[in-house]
Design a protein around this ligand. Structure first.
Ligand code: MG
Length: 218
């Protein structure tokens, strides 16, 4: 890892403390991918699908430090299927007592504010496929970590990957080659990205895959 500013070191330490599902080594790999995207496209736009409580947002926000780049952090903040009551990744204290629905937005806001990243991490609250339909800004980095079911994963792939610039990066989380380690959809969209001829592998850390867009069309 090349030299980090004291501010970036502080943000990376803080990211470890934020609630979420990303191990630190994968968070650091995501940070490095973000830094590379900011280096290639100064002042560019990064976007993550799946913000949860802001952990990956802090890693990517840290990568934007010192550049003019911005991270858009998109989530409906109602949790994915696997976060609902009775599922493995459910957390009772993320439930809004007013309507008994998950609401991670206040936690996301708290993380971004505590990190001091409110000027470089911009929240988008809504459904990914709806926002994607209206999106026009080319992306220097796209990070897909939204719903892990068949339908949301493919919608994220189809809706967002066309916006990645040539030379830009595509990161996908929870890519497990072995079905015993995790669900199929993230692995399937990773394979689709490679098979499209538009993206090539750059690096892997745990279940995080980073690819680069090398071609404008297939
Ligand atoms: Mg994930």
């Amino acid at each position: 890892m090349s030299t980090l500013s004291p501010r970036q070191q502080e943000l990376l330490s803080f990211a470890k403390t934020v609630r979420g599902f990303m191990p630190d080594d994968e968070g650091l790999a995501l940070f490095e991918a973000g830094r590379e995207a900011c280096r290639r496209f100064p002042g560019g736009a990064l976007l993550e699908v799946g913000a949860w409580c802001g952990k990956s947002g802090v890693y990517l926000g840290a990568s934007c430090e010192g550049s003019q780049s911005i991270l858009f952090s998109l989530d409906h903040h109602r949790g994915s299927e696997e976060n609902q009551v009775g599922w493995e990744h459910h957390d009772d204290d993320l439930v809004d007592p007013v309507d008994n629905r998950l609401n991670t937005l206040p936690h996301w806001q708290r993380s971004v504010a505590d990190a001091g990243l409110e000027e470089s991490v911009v929240g988008l609250v809504g459904h990914s496929h709806i926002v994607a339909r209206h999106w026009t800004t080319p992306l220097s980095l796209l990070f897909i970590d939204g719903g892990h079911g068949e339908e949301p994963a493919w919608a994220d792939f189809r809706g967002w990957t066309p916006h990645v610039k040539v030379g830009g990066l595509l990161a996908i989380h929870d890519v497990f080659e072995n079905p015993a380690d995790g669900g199929r959809p993230p692995f399937d969209i990773y394979c689709a990205a490679v098979e499209s001829g538009l993206f090539v592998d750059v690096s892997q850390q745990g279940s995080l895959r980073v690819l680069e867009r090398t071609s404008p069309t297939n």
